[in-house]
Design a protein around this ligand. Structure first.
Ligand SMILES: CC(C)(COP(=O)(O)OP(=O)(O)OC[C@H]1O[C@@H](n2cnc3c(N)ncnc32)[C@H](O)[C@@H]1OP(=O)(O)O)[C@@H](O)C(=O)NCCC(=O)NCCS
Length: 133
């Protein structure tokens, strides 16, 4: 059984098995800082083991940005990503905008949760994370 927790605590080392397809995964120091700097962290655990998580930043009234959503490869396609997203969406109910950036091959997943494509702009350091698509 998967247990979900809003504002669940994550120990930085628990993130070692995530970011599997990242060219240059965030360092331990960065992982620690992104956890403490996040507004809302939602965890999914199986028998205590972290199998998925979602992080957000927010102004706490109008805007929320889903910064990371990661489910262990071994646990994908079992509804965990969906549940983590549903919990985040319900937490931000009534907000003007819930925004995220994703790769085109993940678009179908977010569309099933009611997200729509928008026009947006950003500056990204491609040496940091996934390859440029
Ligand atoms: C993307 C990700 C979070 C999806 O999580 P998941 O737990 O595997 O997804 P779920 O099992 O909850 O899927 C929910 C629905 O979306 C569908 N779905 C899952 N991944 C999909 C994809 N890449 N494209 C289209 N649909 C997808 C599922 O088939 C399911 O459909 P259904 O409800 O009709 O049966 C997961 O694949 C992951 O962590 N990937 C690596 C990290 C990543 O890419 N994160 C997102 C970056 S923004």
């Amino acid at each position: 059984m998967i247990e979900y927790e809003i504002n669940g605590r994550i120990i930085t080392n628990e993130l070692d098995t995530f970011f599997q397809n990242w060219k240059s995964p965030p360092s331990t120091e960065t992982r620690s800082k992104l956890l403490t700097g996040s507004y809302l962290v939602i965890t999914a655990r199986e028998n205590g083991k972290l199998v998925g998580f979602l992080t957000t930043i927010s102004d706490r009234v109008m805007h929320a940005f889903i910064t990371l959503l990661e489910v262990l490869e071994s646990h994908q396609r079992k509804g965990i990503g969906r549940r983590l997203m549903e919990l985040a969406i319900s937490n931000f109910k009534g907000y003007y905008d819930i925004v995220l950036i994703t790769d085109p091959d993940k678009g179908g997943f977010y569309k099933k949760l009611g997200f729509r494509e928008i026009y947006g702009m950003h500056v990204r350091d491609y040496t940091y994370g996934r390859d440029k698509k």
